[in-house]
Each structure stands twice: as structure tokens, then as C-alpha cells.
Design a protein around this ligand. Structure first.
Ligand SMILES: [Zn+2]
Length: 330
């Protein structure tokens, strides 16, 4: 079955490509009756810079009641990202991953795995900086180097889908992204998986908000243990409550800029050289020679391991607390 719907909002074209029930878009997935699957695939024409997610943007509402979009930020981080991928596979469902450039460069193999399993890969800056706290020029580098790094690590085009770290989205940077043909994604529902090591708490956060909102773009972090451990059961519960998953894909891939491609290749080749020559001692932080002095381009994973007893203070969007990239120990 092929359904097509066109919404004349800000020049955005959203095409509902098909309904596939509990089967993936490849048709190869054969999960049981509890699998949530993909109910429809929505193709987004990003050329006019559409903005989604009602926490910040009221422009467009393309979801019907009962529909959710699964999004995962901050990865890849091998152990937890692969657990997330396994949970999604168990449900024959698809998601969008907003990838951090230097995380991608640190672990291209896991990024490849995300793509191989049919998910959409978008961009979440180079090093997860708060773009409200830096200059426009630095923000541009965070965006473009992030895009080029994810593209280089993947070895294939990525979707022109962008999410701001901390959802901190200055107007001028939004305008830049829109002029570059990115869709900007905020959120409707927050799993708050970064606040807790508990899968049950993460699940309750999502279910409580969905009971009120009925639909929406859900924010998870594939680097977080609570999501890695709790996603599979959460999807089972969402299916039981009648929710359906919408998979987002881009009409056209993102276009990178040559200068940043060169920098990204240097970062990636630095990692390759390090990995091939001294696997036991390879540095986690290869440097870019052509990097602007104002922007850190080290390739260290932005992960601070803290104990589960450490209780992060309540974050507010727009701040730059360390919690967003914390991984709780189990
Ligand atoms: Zn983030």
C-alpha cells in the first residue's frame, strides 16, 4: 500500500510512503505479534528548513494521535548503542539517530551498524557544545564539522536532520541551518534517560507524558544505560497501548562543505593511523591540524562516567550542564 499526503506548510512536503505494520521497511523482519513495527514512513523535504517538535516549534504537526517518532541523541557509544539497535530490531522498528561528530569519528563501526539496520542518521554537532554560548562562527563550525565528520565516519550521505544540543537554538543559528536546507528537530516527549540509571523510571517518564500528549517525537539518548536496558520493554508497552511508530527519512541527503570535509577526513585518518599502528595504546584524542583555534576538535568521547548515587540537578534547556553526556554505571 502506498499512501501519499502533501502538506502545504512552509513548503514542506511530507509523504507517507507506506504502512508496514510490524514489518520493517525492508520487509525482512519477522517479529511476533508484540512487535511495534513501523506504521508509516514519512519523507521530509528539508529544503525550506522545516522545524518539528512542539516543545519549541508549533509550525508543523504531521503526527496523528497514537503516532510516535523515536529519536536517539549523543551517540554512538558502542555498548549502549548496540543494545538500543537490538531492541529496535526485536520490534522491527526504525528510528532517527542524532549523532555527535566526534563520537562518530571515535567509533565508525557502530555508526555503520546503525545505518546497516536501516535507521536514519542526522547530526547533533561536532562536540555537543551549547550553540547559545558560543559565537555564530563557532556554531557554524560545530554544525558543519559535525555534519562532515558523521558523513566521513559513515562513508555515505546523512540526512539533513539537525537537533541542537540542550535544545539551545539561537535564532541566527536556526536561520543558518534553514538556509543550508536542514530540518530542525526539537521534541514533544522527553524520556529524561540522562537523569536516571533506572529503566523503569525512563519508561514511566515516556508513558506518563504520552498519556497526556497522545503522540509526539520522543527524545532518548542511545548512550544512556536506562534506555539501552529499558527500550525493548517500553516498545512492548507502547504497542500494547496502541501506539504506532513513524519512521522519518529525508527526501535528499545533506550536502557537506569541502573545507570541513577535509578537516573531518583528517580526524578520521588520525584515528585510522592510531588504530593501525598502536592498537593497544591508541590515543583517544587525535588532533586536527587545520582546526580553527577557537573550536576544540579533539576526538575524545564526551562521556563522563559517574556513579548512580550522583544525583544530577534538574536541567533546564539552554544550560550546558554535564549531565547530558553522562553514562550511569549499573
Ligand atoms: Zn545531546
Amino acid at each position: 500500500m502506498r499512501l501519499t499526503a502533501t502538506f502545504g506548510l512552509a513548503g514542506v512536503i511530507l509523504c507517507a510512503l507506506f504502512s508496514s505494520g510490524a514489518h520493517s521497511q525492508t520487509g525482512k523482519c519477522a517479529a511476533g505479534p508484540d512487535a511495534i513495527g513501523v506504521s508509516r514512513v514519512v519523507e521530509i523535504d528539508t529544503s525550506d528548513g522545516p522545524r518539528f517538535g512542539h516543545l519549541q516549534f508549533k509550525d508543523i504537526d504531521f503526527l496523528r494521535d497514537g503516532e510516535v517518532v523515536l529519536t536517539f541523541d549523543d551517540g554512538p557509544l558502542r555498548k549502549n548503542t548496540r543494545a538500543v539497535l537490538d531492541a529496535l530490531d526485536a520490534h522491527c522498528t526504525k528510528a532517527t539517530f542524532f549523532t555527535v561528530g566526534r563520537m562518530a569519528v571515535s567509533d565508525p563501526a557502530t555508526l555503520h551498524e546503525v545505518a546497516l539496520r536501516g535507521h536514519t542518521i542526522g547530526v547533533h554537532t561536532w562536540s555537543h557544545k551549547n550553540l547559545q554560548a558560543i559565537s555564530e562562527a563557532q556554531a557554524k563550525t560545530e554544525i558543519e564539522l559535525g555534519l562532515s565528520a558523521v558523513r566521513a565516519a559513515l562513508g555515505a550521505p546523512v540526512a539533513p536532520f539537525f537537533r541542537f544540543p540542550y535544545l539551545a537554538s539561537p535564532q541566527k543559528v536556526q536561520a543558518y541551518l534553514q538556509q543550508r536546507g536542514f530540518a530542525i528537530f526539537s521534541i514533544d516527549v522527553d524520556s529524561y534517560d540522562y537523569r536516571t540509571p533506572s529503566a523503569a523510571t525512563m519508561q514511566r517518564n515516556v508513558l506518563t507524558q504520552l498519556a497526556h500528549r497522545k503522540k509526539g517525537i520522543i527524545l532518548f539518548h542511545d548512550i544512556q544505560a536506562s534506555t539501552a536496558q529499558g527500550l525493548k520493554d517500553l516498545l512492548t508497552e507502547l504497542k500494547a497501548r496502541g501506539f504506532q511508530v513513524v519512521h522519518l527519512v529525508a527526501k535528499e541527503p545533506a550536502t557537506t562543505l569541502a573545507d570541513y570535509d577535509e578537516m573531518a577526513e583528517q580526524a578520521l585518518s588520525g584515528k585510522r593511523v592510531a588504530a593501525s599502528t598502536e592498537p593497544a595504546k591508541r590515543p583517544a584524542t587525535p588532533q586536527l591540524s587545520a582546526a580553527p583555534a577557537s573550536v576544540s576538535t579533539t576526538v575524545s568521547a564526551p562521556v563522563n562516567v559517574v556513579s548512580p548515587q550522583t544525583k544530577p540537578s534538574r536541567p533546564r534547556y539552554g544550560e550546558e550542564p554535564p549531565w547530558q553526556v553522562r553514562v550511569f554505571q549499573n
